[in-house]
Design a protein around this ligand. Structure first.
Ligand code: CA
Length: 712
C-alpha cells in the first residue's frame, strides 16, 4: 500500500511523545490473584457470539462480522453517549488495533507492538508489555510501526511484533510465557497483523512485499510456541523443490526468475474461520515488485497473489483459492478484511465469504468451494470494466497495465478500501465499509534495480508525486474523497453513504442497537443509524481515528471503545497537508457509555514552528532533478511527498543547520539508525546523498518563500 498524492488532506504535525496519563493512579499494577480471569477456552472462542459482554477475538467472532449483540445503546438514546474513560498511549506512531475484551480486562496494542492491559471498566493500566522492537526495523515497514491487535487463549495473550516474533504473555501479569521467531531473523519481514487462535494453534502471517519477501502464514502451538505448519503463498525457486502440490500448481502461473525478488503475496492482515467447514481463509497481498513486467516478464496470473485462499487450519493444507486480481500489477492486495455470513441469494441461503479488496470490487464468494457468486464496483474503478462471473476474472481496461504510457488509475495503491475493518449487521443484511476514491499514476520505473530491504515497486513514484502547480493540484485533490458505505451484498449495491471530509477513515462496528460506529480522519468519533446512515452522535476525539471500535459490557453497562490516533501509511506519506486537519496525533484508547461524563483535557496549543531560511547552497538543475528522483525512490515513503511530513516522521524542511551539516553522517553513516533512520550506504553514494540534500534545501527554500509571502 502506498501512495498518496494526498497531500493536502492531512495536516497534523505530531508533537512529540505524548505521555501524560489521565485520571487517578494509573501506575502499572498487576491483576490481583483473586481477580484472575476465567480461561478463554476453545469452546468460548467457538461460541464467542454468545458472550455479548466480551470481544474475544479480532473480528469478535470467527466469522469476523464485528457485530455486537449488545443493544443498550440504540438509535433512541445514542445522543446520551459520553466518554467513560480514556487512556493515553505513550507513543506517537499509528494506532490500528482492535482491542480484545475478556471478563473485564481489555488487551490492546499500540505502535511498536506494545501491549497494554487495562481495566475495561475504568481504563486503569494493569500491566504493559514492551517487546523492545529495534527502531531500525521500521525501515522494513511500508506503513508505519503499527500493530492491529492481540489474541487471547486460555490464560495467555498473544501478540506478534514488528520485528517478526510471536509472543505469549501471562494474561494476568504480562510476563512472557514464550517467544518464537516467525521469520528466522530474516529482514525485511515485518508483522503488523493480529494473531488468530484456532483449536490451540496460533495463526500469524507477515508483511514486506514492497521489500522483496516471499509471503507465508504459520501456525504455532499456543501452549509451547512450537511450529505446527507453514504455508507459502507464492512459489520459491523450482530448483529447491516445491513444498506441496499447491506450490507446484502456483509455479505454473509464474514466468522468468520471480523467486529472486521474493514474489510477495504476504498475509499481513485478514483471516476468518468456518468451524463447520473446518476452513481457514487468508487474504494475500501484492506482488514483489508491483510491476508484473519485472516480476514475471512472460505474464501469468502469479498465484496466489491478491487471492483468498482456503486452508485446513490443523495442517495448513491448501483447499481452494480465488484470485481477485490475476497478474497483480498495482499493489492491489486482497489482504483486506474477510467477513463470513449466511445470506439469501436468489431464494437460497448461501454460505458466503465477502471482501472489498483494494481493487475496488466487492466480492461475494461461496465459501465452501470459492466459486464467485457476484462482484460489483463499490468505488470509482477504471482499471477494469467489471468482473466476468463466468470466468471469475476482471475485464481489464485499455492500458490498465501501463504498457502504452502512464495510466491514471482508480483505485490507487491505497485501495478503494484498505485494512480498516468493515462490519456486517446480520439483521439488516448490510456491510458497512470505509471506502475512498484516490487516484494514482502508474508507470514503469526507468532504472529499476532490485534491492532487497528497500522499496521495490518497479513503478515510477516521481511521476505520481503531487504537482506543485496549484491548478493541477486542485484538480487532483478534487478527485479524492472518503465515505462510509452501507453495502447490500445480495443485490451488490450501495444502500446509503456518509460523505466524509477526506479519505482514510476508521474501521466500523455494527451493533444490535441498529447503529454503526466509526471514527474519522478529522477526529470525529460518530454513530450512524444502520438503516439510513443518519449521523446520530459525534464526539471530538482530538485526533484522527483509523482503527475500528469494539463494544463490550463492563459493570453490566454497554461500552464502545476505540484505539484513537492515526499515523499509519497515510500520515507517513501524507505530504503537503493543509486543508482539513487542525488536530495533532494523540494516541489514546477512548471508551464511551451512556451518561459517561469524563472529558478529554484541553489540548495544548503548539503552533507549528516556522520554516527557517535554509543555509545557502549551490546546485545545478541536473543535481536538483537527480535529488528529486532519488528522493522519490528512497525517502518519500517515510518523509512524505515533496519533503512535506504528514506529522509522523520529521519534516525535512524543518531540519536545522546542524542537521544539514551532519547530513552524510545521518544518511550514509547511519548516525540516527537507533532512532529508526537507517544508513543508505548500500544504495546511495555521497554525491547522490548530496543531491537529495539539495532537493530538500530547495523544497525548504520554496516553503520559506511562500511563508514569507503569506506573512506580508
Ligand atoms: Ca503493498
Amino acid at each position: 500500500m502506498k501512495m498518496i498524492r494526498l497531500k493536502n488532506i492531512l495536516l497534523f504535525i505530531a508533537v512529540g511523545i505524548i505521555g501524560a496519563a489521565c485520571g487517578s493512579d494509573r501506575g502499572p499494577a498487576q491483576i490481583a490473584a483473586g481477580e484472575r480471569q476465567a480461561e478463554v477456552t476453545a469452546a468460548r472462542l467457538l461460541h464467542a457470539a454468545d458472550e455479548p459482554a466480551n470481544w474475544l477475538s479480532h473480528g469478535r467472532t470467527y466469522d469476523e462480522q464485528r457485530f455486537s449483540s449488545l443493544d443498550e445503546i440504540d438509535t433512541s438514546n445514542v445522543g446520551d453517549l459520553g466518554l467513560a474513560w480514556y487512556f493515553d498511549v505513550p507513543t506517537r506512531r499509528g494506532m490500528e488495533a482492535t482491542p480484545i475484551v475478556a471478563d473485564g480486562t481489555m488487551f490492546v496494542t499500540g505502535s511498536w507492538s506494545i501491549v497494554y492491559a487495562l481495566d475495561a471498566a475504568t481504563g486503569r493500566e494493569l500491566w504493559r508489555y514492551d517487546p523492545q522492537v529495534p527502531k531500525q526495523w521500521a525501515q522494513y515497514a511500508c506503513c508505519d510501526a503499527v500493530n492491529r491487535g492481540a489474541a487471547i487463549w486460555e490464560n495467555s495473550v498473544l501478540v506478534a511484533t514488528l520485528d517478526g516474533y510471536l509472543v505469549s504473555l501471562d494474561a494476568a501479569t504480562g510476563e512472557e510465557n514464550w517467544r518464537v521467531d516467525t521469520i528466522d531473523r530474516k529482514p525485511p519481514y515485518t508483522i503488523t497483523g493480529a494473531p488468530r487462535v484456532i483449536n490451540g494453534l496460533v495463526i500469524i502471517g507477515n508483511g514486506g512485499a514492497e521489500y522483496g519477501v516471499r509471503g507465508y502464514v504459520s501456525a504455532f502451538d499456543a501452549k509451547t510456541g512450537e511450529l505446527a505448519w507453514r504455508f507459502y503463498t507464492v512459489p520459491g525457486n523450482p530448483e529447491d523443490g516445491f513444498e506441496n502440490e499447491a506450490m507446484k500448481m502456483a509455479a505454473r502461473s509464474w514466468t522468468g526468475e520471480w523467486w529472486k525478488m521474493g514474489g510477495g503475496g504476504t498475509v499481513w492482515d485478514s483471516m476468518a474461520y468456518d468451524p463447520d467447514l473446518d476452513l481457514l481463509y487468508i487474504g494475500t497481498g501484492n506482488g514483489s515488485p508491483w510491476n508484473r513486467k519485472i516480476r514475471s516478464p512472460g505474464g501469468g496470473d502469479n498465484l496466489f497473489l491478491s487471492s483468498i485462499v482456503a486452508l485446513r487450519p490443523t495442517t495448513g493444507e491448501y483447499v481452494w483459492h480465488y484470485q481477485t486480481t490475476p497478474g497483480e500489477s498495482w499493489d492491489y492486495t486482497a489482504a483486506q478484511h474477510i467477513v463470513l455470513a449466511d445470506i439469501d441469494i436468489a431464494g437460497a441461503t448461501r454460505k458466503v465469504l465477502m471482501q472489498a479488496p483494494k481493487n475496488g470490487f466487492f466480492y461475494v464468494l461461496d465459501r465452501t468451494d470459492g466459486e464467485l457468486i457476484s462482484a460489483n464496483a463499490y468505488v470509482n474503478v477504471n482499471w477494469a470494466t467489471g468482473i466476468d462471473t463466468e470466468t471469475g476474472r476482471p475485464v481489464e481496461a485499455a492500458n490498465a497495465r501501463y504498457e502504452d504510457g502512464p495510466f491514471l488509475i482508480m483505485p490507487s495503491p491505497l485501495g478503494g478500501h484498505n485494512w480498516h475493518p468493515m462490519s456486517y449487521n446480520p439483521t439488516r443484511g448490510l456491510v458497512y465499509v470505509p471506502t475512498q476514491d484516490i487516484p494514482h499514476v502508474h508507470w514503469d520505473a526507468t532504472d529499476f534495480e532490485f534491492q532487497e530491504g528497500f522499496w521495490n515497486t518497479g513503478t515510477d513514484m516521481e511521476i505520481a508525486a503531487a504537482p506543485d502547480d496549484p491548478a493541477a493540484f486542485q484538480q487532483l485533490t478534487s478527485m479524492i474523497s472518503g465515505q462510509l458505505i452501507a453495502w447490500d451484498p445480495e443485490e451488490q449495491r450501495e444502500v446509503w453513504r456518509y460523505q466524509h471530509a477526506g479519505p482514510w477513515n476508521g474501521g466500523t462496528l455494527a451493533t444490535a442497537g441498529d447503529l454503526v460506529f466509526q471514527g474519522s480522519l478529522i477526529g470525529e468519533m460518530a454513530a450512524y443509524a444502520a438503516g439510513s446512515g443518519e449521523r446520530l452522535w459525534q464526539f471530538d476525539a482530538q485526533t484522527g481515528i483509523a482503527a475500528a471500535p469494539v463494544s463490550f459490557a463492563a459493570n453490566g453497562q454497554q461500552h464502545i471503545a476505540v484505539a484513537a490516533g492515526w499515523g499509519t501509511i497515510f500520515a507517513v506519506t501524507g505530504g503537503e497537508a493543509k486543508a482539513l486537519l487542525k488536530l495533532k496525533n494523540r494516541s489514546r484508547i477512548l471508551a464511551f457509555k451512556l451518561g459517561g461524563d469524563e472529558s478529554l483535557p484541553v489540548p495544548p496549543v503548539a503552533p507549528l514552528a516556522q520554516i527557517a531560511e535554509p543555509p545557502p547552497f549551490e546546485s545545478s538543475a541536473e543535481q536538483l532533478a537527480l535529488g528529486r528522483h532519488l528522493y522519490f525512490e528512497r525517502c518519500w515513503q517515510c518523509h512524505g511527498d515533496g519533503a512535506v511530513s504528514g506529522g509522523v516522521t520529521p519534516d525535512l524542511r524543518r531540519a536545522t543547520a546542524q542537521t544539514h551539516q551532519a547530513w552524510d553522517a545521518i544518511v550514509i553513516d547511519g548516525a540516527y539508525a537507533a532512532l529508526g533512520m537507517p544508513s543508505f550506504a548500500s544504495v546511495l553514494d555521497r554525491s547522490e546523498s548530496k543531491a537529495i540534500q539539495h532537493y530538500v534545501l530547495e523544497r525548504t527554500r520554496l516553503a520559506w518563500q511562500k511563508q514569507q509571502e503569506a506573512s506580508q
